[in-house]
Design a protein around this ligand. Structure first.
Ligand SMILES: Cc1ncc(COP(=O)(O)O)c(C=O)c1O
Length: 391
């Protein structure tokens, strides 16, 4: 009775189903190997934790933080963007602290769109994109991300007369782990500018890159008409701290600040201080953290190939996206796998129609645990019982 039309439009999550399946496995005495959630198991940098500890001892940090209090974090974010991507931003007008990228996106959509506007977003995609689009009352048009195009969208295939209000992209990508090269964002930004579309780039995996690959920033294509969302959740293992920042087009950020001003205050000052310290750490600190995920990738991908599954070796992110031969119902498969083996994966369908036939592994366990997970999965039938019975 009290659910608004807006709330009712938010799609349900298959993660509740997975949670119930894990619970059933537990009640059968199975140990759970949870690879279904991309929550880093690493600890934040010591220097960031020390800054937070020191802040909690300072009663001056306990008040509501005002915009002027966010200056040190805004300046740290601007310095990070300059050091890492060669992008210059005005720390007063072109950077805004967030309570995580997800909060930032939800409020950004409310700030820059009107109900009924069109949002172009990838399929598959991070599921909350669909929820936040529903909250904002947007018409979603999906861009297929296909293996044969390296899971990059084909903007040239979008009908000429479609002029979306915003295009939402995310590279390194969740769930596919695909990456963009240096030419990608300038091309996407030019496409957006020609159509009067705001380019929103969700960039929480910016530093989780492997080998020689470096993830570009969409802001390298210029700030006008581009907003990028950064997060310390993955890059600095601070997911529970809820902190990130938006940077880019000053009009869009002013609108975001206005909406946020009505809805929330900024993060606790101690968390801002910890985030500012983390952003200022030498790049090697982030690279050492990324290597942990790289080693896990190197353990998992060959084991999946031995099962006959198709998975590219990701150059970034904390996921492996695997196509499972014969898989037609990834949700039923993931529930079955969790119930019978205790191994929890994300079904590809949870990320959109184009995700069917795939599963996503989050690299949040050590290599030997990933190897054990694959051993357990080897015994789980991929096909549905009725398919197995078919002549
Ligand atoms: C693509 C993407 N965007 C945003 C988030 C959430 O980021 P935050 O913790 O900063 O809200 C995630 C978390 O998994 C993600 O994969």
């Amino acid at each position: 009775m009290w659910a608004s039309t807006r709330a009712s439009r938010v799609p349900g999550s298959v993660f509740a189903l997975m949670d119930a399946a894990k619970e059933r496995a537990r009640s059968r005495g199975l140990s759970i190997v949870d690879l279904s959630i991309g929550s880093s198991d690493q600890t934040p940098p010591d220097a960031a934790l020390e800054a937070l500890r020191a802040a909690t001892r300072d009663p001056g940090t306990y008040r509501y933080p005002l915009f002027s209090d966010t200056r040190p974090l805004r300046e740290a974010a601007a310095a990070y963007l300059h050091r890492r991507f060669g992008v210059g931003v005005d720390a007063d007008a072109e950077v805004l602290p967030l309570i995580g990228a997800q909060e930032g996106l939800a409020h950004l959509l409310l700030a820059v769109t009107d109900p009924g506007d069109t949002l172009l977003l990838p399929d598959p995609c991070y599921p909350p994109y669909l929820g936040t689009a529903a909250v904002a009352g947007l018409q979603v048009v999906t861009l297929p991300l296909l293996a044969e195009r390296g899971f990059l969208p084909d903007l040239g295939a979008v009908p000429q007369d479609l002029k979306p209000r915003a295009l939402l992209l995310n590279y390194p990508n969740n769930p596919t782990s695909a990456v963009a090269d240096a030419a990608f964002f300038p091309g996407a930004a030019a496409w957006c500018r020609a159509r009067g579309t705001l380019l929103i780039h969700d960039h929480p995996y910016a530093e989780l890159t492997f080998g020689g690959y470096r993830a570009p920033s969409a802001l390298e294509a210029g700030l006008e008409g581009v907003v990028e969302l950064h997060s310390l959740s993955k890059t600095h293992h601070m997911g529970g701290f809820r902190v990130g920042f938006a940077a880019g087009d000053r009009q869009a950020l002013a609108a975001l600040a206005r909406v946020k001003g009505a809805v929330d205050f900024h993060p606790y000052l101690g968390i801002q201080q910890a985030a500012a310290v983390a952003l200022g750490l030498p790049d090697e600190v982030g690279r050492a953290g990324a290597q942990v995920f790289q080693q896990r990738r190197d353990a998992l991908v060959p084991a999946l190939h031995a099962l006959g599954w198709e998975a590219a070796l990701p150059q970034a992110s904390m996921y492996v996206w695997a196509r499972v031969p014969g898989l037609t119902n990834s949700v039923a498969y993931a529930v079955r796998a969790a119930e019978t083996t205790g191994v929890a994966l994300s079904p590809g369908r949870a990320f959109g129609e184009r995700g069917e036939g795939f599963v996503r592994f989050a690299l949040v366990q050590p290599p030997e645990v990933l190897a054990e997970a694959v051993r357990r999965l080897a015994g789980v039938p991929v096909q549905e019982p009725e398919q197995l019975l078919a002549p």
